[in-house]
Design a binder for this molecule. Structure first.
Ligand code: CTP
Length: 402
């Protein structure tokens, strides 16, 4: 998969550095050569001996190492790779790289290079969310740096949130995607994701359960295949992938407007769990609880975004993909949904609580097209997203029946 590729792996000082050992092993198994660079603090978390043993190469640590400098030199080191991967990338290295510091080997390599850079952030959730870090991410993106993650989850420090380093398999997939073909280059694809929140009053709302993880994985995979991705997301737990155009919305009506605003697109994937109803008489102030008296909520139907876009007379995307999250008669319900809404494909899945799919990291779907039903194996949401993105790319390449 990565035969002959040269990866310069910069390991910085975070607890997630232990995952980089597994990453090195996977990169080498995939055929890549790994040249490791470690910062001083990285060596507090993993030993240079472990890193060099797994990489099969000496670790570069010092800017002013006379032997290494005479043999290779940091400028050459920075340019002798096909890709520079920074994993884990701490808030500190991101800040330094964003500002152009060059006060150790890792930062000097990053400043001296014209090789593509992929950063894999790992830090405490507050550090990740801090405006300074977000500013640095955006500066680095403007400089062309790509990102994988961070993931949402429990952290070594005991807190929970976005900041956990992506798993080695995911990093490897992103590296493979970097070198892989870009069959969707020049294609514009819109993805809806997450739940919508329909206000009852300023503090209460109606919503569907949705983490947004599957939508984010689809957007990531489409981006990796070269698509220009418009990501219209409700208030989701899963972070928005880097390198897509994010449009944040709250309600179904806003999602509808945002989708129409961003047409035309070549393909649209409706992965959002849109609330079917909204409260017609939503209150502009907090409804007070009165003992024995229940508030009267009058519901009205939300626009069906998938159906409306599928049935557009002009400007309909060439390929419209919907989801059908069902708890019973999955295939029959999904087939009927495909007909009713007028979309081309439906991704159907069983979200009964016992499947563990809702809120979990895996999915098991069937792809329903005009040609029939194809069950896919149980896969991670990342892999399901990749398989769907690849099917979309195949559709455009072969124009097979919808
Ligand atoms: N969808 C949409 N707008 C809505 C409701 C649903 O775009 N107002 C899309 C979803 O993003 C998904 C598909 O339609 O791609 C199916 O959503 P689902 O909730 O399963 O379908 P419903 O039409 O709401 O049918 P039901 O809830 O009765 O199963």
């Amino acid at each position: 998969m990565l035969n002959g590729k040269r990866i310069l792996l910069i390991i910085t000082g975070g607890i997630a550095a232990y995952k980089s050992l597994d990453l090195i092993r996977r990169l080498r198994d995939a055929g890549a050569a790994v040249t490791p660079v470690m910062t001083r603090s990285a060596a507090e978390f993993v030993t240079p001996l472990s890193v060099s043993s797994l990489a099969g190469q000496a670790v570069h640590q010092d800017l002013f190492d006379l032997t290494q400098e005479s043999e290779i030199g940091h400028i050459q080191l920075s340019r002798s790779a096909d890709l520079i991967v920074v994993a884990p990338a701490t808030a500190d290295i991101m800040a330094k790289a964003a500002q152009g510091h060059a006060n150790d080997l890792a930062t000097t390599v990053l400043l001296a290079t014209d090789t593509p850079v992929l950063m894999v952030p790992a830090m405490n959730v507050r550090m990740w969310d801090h405006p300074a870090t977000q500013r640095n991410v955006s500066l680095l993106q403007q400089d062309g740096v790509a990102f994988v993650g961070p993931d949402v989850g429990g952290m070594a420090c005991g807190e929970f949130g976005a900041g956990r380093m992506s798993e080695p398999a995911e990093i490897l997939a992103a590296i493979a995607a970097h070198f892989g073909p870009k069959p969707l280059a020049g294609r514009r694809v819109l993805v809806t994701s997450g739940p919508t929140h329909e206000p009852i009053d300023p503090v209460r709302y109606i919503a569907n359960r949705s983490s947004g993880a599957q939508g984010a994985a689809i957007a990531t995979a489409l981006r990796d295949l070269g698509a220009d991705v418009i990501f219209v997301t409700g208030p989701a737990d899963a972070p928005t992938p880097q390198g897509v155009t994010e449009i944040s919305v709250e309600t179904a009506a806003q999602m509808m407007a945002a989708v129409l605003d961003h047409l035309p697109v070549d393909a649209a994937v409706f992965a959002a769990a849109v609330a079917d109803w909204r409260v017609e008489n939503a209150s502009s102030h907090k409804v007070k609880k009165v003992a024995g008296a229940l508030p009267e909520l009058s519901l009205t139907e939300n626009p069906d975004i998938l159906a409306q876009v599928s049935q557009l007379q002009t400007g309909r995307p060439d390929l419209v993909v919907g989801f059908a999250a069902e708890t019973n008669d999955v295939i029959e319900n999904a087939k009927a949904k495909r007909q009713r809404k007028g979309c081309d494909w439906i991704v159907a899945n069983d979200v009964s609580p016992e499947t563990g799919i809702m809120g979990g990291s895996e999915n098991q779907v069937s792809l329903i097209t005009g040609a029939g039903v194809t069950p896919w194996p149980r896969l991670s949401k990342t892999e399901t997203g990749q398989k769907l993105a690849q099917s979309i790319a195949d559709h455009f390449n072969t124009a097979e029946p919808r």
